[in-house]
Design a protein around this ligand. Structure first.
Ligand SMILES: NC(=O)c1ccc[n+]([C@@H]2O[C@H](COP(=O)([O-])OP(=O)(O)OC[C@H]3O[C@@H](n4cnc5c(N)ncnc54)[C@H](O)[C@@H]3O)[C@@H](O)[C@H]2O)c1
Ligand SMILES: [Fe+2]
Length: 389
């Protein structure tokens, strides 16, 4: 993007990072005048003891009027947002604290802009369709991760349309994001794997994006470097605090990068896999990652050199070798964290591919960021590669 264009860097208004930063929640709530919050979370996070530990922390700080909503599905469905808002209003809460992975945070963000809006939820989808947010919002990620704590989007599943849809607005940017690595330690390996590859895809796609800037590019490269070093370690040794801290910070940096530069064709082609075949967000991205990069490399070979170096290649690597290096590293990482490679392993048949391609070609919001333009036929060919992998 040209430096002559005015850019506004989007992020949460306050950003807390570092070990034990979760202990600052009560203080941050006071800063927002929040006394009767609704904690939006899910059963997995509850079971890991995270909500209980946060409730203890709040009780110690004298905050006892706290409600909890935990009936969130993975890839949250629209009725969850309706239910959650109803509870918020019924209990007369005065702010939202979303604690969890992308599913809990996206739900909390959607509820935060839906409170006080008389229109049906379906009218909030798309870009800038929401009214100014009327209640305070804090996000605390427990995966590393989606970066949702600093992005202006909430992704929900429309079950009837079998589609994932986004509410996109700066009103979704939280007042406070607390990225506390200790909250990710209890992540089961499969979640560490899927959300960690998602973070890597955010970093790589934001670096390759047509809208990458001088501010987002270093964030993307640093995240690539940290995730390449730490993901396998966090997967194999869940209690490894240094690896968890590196992953939490990298996920945040990748979130800041893609929240401003966008993601591309990997995400566009992953969406229909989530909507129709219910692959999780991270797994669907992982499956499409190498096939899309095989197509993208020729559009910007010099950027692949930077990515290869961030992934550990020698500084004098050639463009040809850099493309091969990046692809090999992506495949190695996905294998290390045991994510299946082929669409066939998810019960998808060859007959499904044209329909998937048709659906993905409609995700123009993301395809326009991709460094290589893709026709419907190109997209179908990429799905075929992922099918035959
Ligand atoms: N808004 C954005 O910018 C953005 C970006 C990427 C993805 N997303 C969305 O995020 C969602 C995926 O989020 P995710 O990958 O973080 O997974 P998730 O929130 O769906 O969580 C996956 C599972 O892990 C469990 N879990 C999470 N943290 C845990 C912990 N610390 N200990 C034990 N269990 C834990 C949850 O209970 C759940 O069962 C998708 O819906 C995707 O569309 C949003
Ligand atoms: Fe993602």
């Amino acid at each position: 993007m040209s430096a002559a264009t005015v850019q506004v860097f989007k992020t949460a208004r306050r950003l807390l990072t570092g070990a034990k930063s979760s202990k600052n929640l009560a203080e941050e709530m006071r800063g927002l005048n929040m006394q009767r919050p609704l904690i939006v979370t899910d059963k997995g996070v509850q079971k890991a003891g995270i909500t209980a530990s946060m409730l203890r922390h709040l009780a110690d700080a004298g905050m006892t009027e706290v409600e909890v909503y935990d009936a969130i599905s993975a890839e949250p469905e629209m009725h969850v947002v309706e239910e959650c808002r109803a509870l918020y209003e019924q209990k007369d809460c005065d702010g939202i604290i979303a604690i969890g992975g992308g599913s809990a945070m996206d739900t909390g963000k959607a509820v935060a802009v839906y409170v006080g809006d008389a229109r049906p939820l379906s009218e909030l989808f798309g870009e800038d369709q929401v009214t100014p947010r009327k209640i305070p919002l804090i996000c605390m990620p427990t995966t590393a991760g989606t970066g949702s704590e600093v992005t202006n989007i909430s992704i929900l599943s429309d079950v009837d349309a079998q589609l994932k849809k986004g509410i996109v607005s700066n009103e979704l940017l939280p007042d406070v994001a607390i990225v506390a690595p200790e909250l990710t330690v209890s992540c089961p390996p499969s979640v560490t794997a899927a959300s960690g590859i998602d973070a890597l895809v955010h970093a790589v796609e934001s670096y390759l994006s047509n809208f990458a800037t001088d501010i987002t590019k270093p964030l993307s490269l640093a995240a690539i470097r940290m995730i390449t070093k730490s993901l396998s370690l966090a997967y194999a040794q869940p209690d490894h605090l240094v690896a968890r801290e590196q992953m939490a910070t990298a996920s945040l940096m990748a979130g800041l990068a893609f929240g401003n530069a966008g993601v591309g064709a990997v995400h566009a082609l992953a969406y229909p896999l989530g909507g129709r075949f219910h692959l999780s967000h991270g797994v669907s991205n992982a499956v499409m990652f190498a096939p899309v990069m095989r197509w993208n490399r020729q559009a910007c070979p010099e950027k692949f050199v930077d990515i290869a170096i961030a992934m550990g290649a020698r500084a004098d690597i050639t463009e040809q070798d850099a493309g091969n290096y990046v692809l090999a590293m992506i495949e190695l990482l996905c294998r290390d964290v045991k994510i299946p490679k082929s669409l066939q392993e998810f019960g998808i048949t060859e007959d499904d591919l044209p329909e998937l391609a048709e659906a993905a070609s409609g995700v123009t919001r993301l395809l326009r960021n991709n460094p290589r333009e893709l026709s419907v036929a190109d997209i179908e060919a990429i799905y075929r590669e992922a099918y035959q992998a």
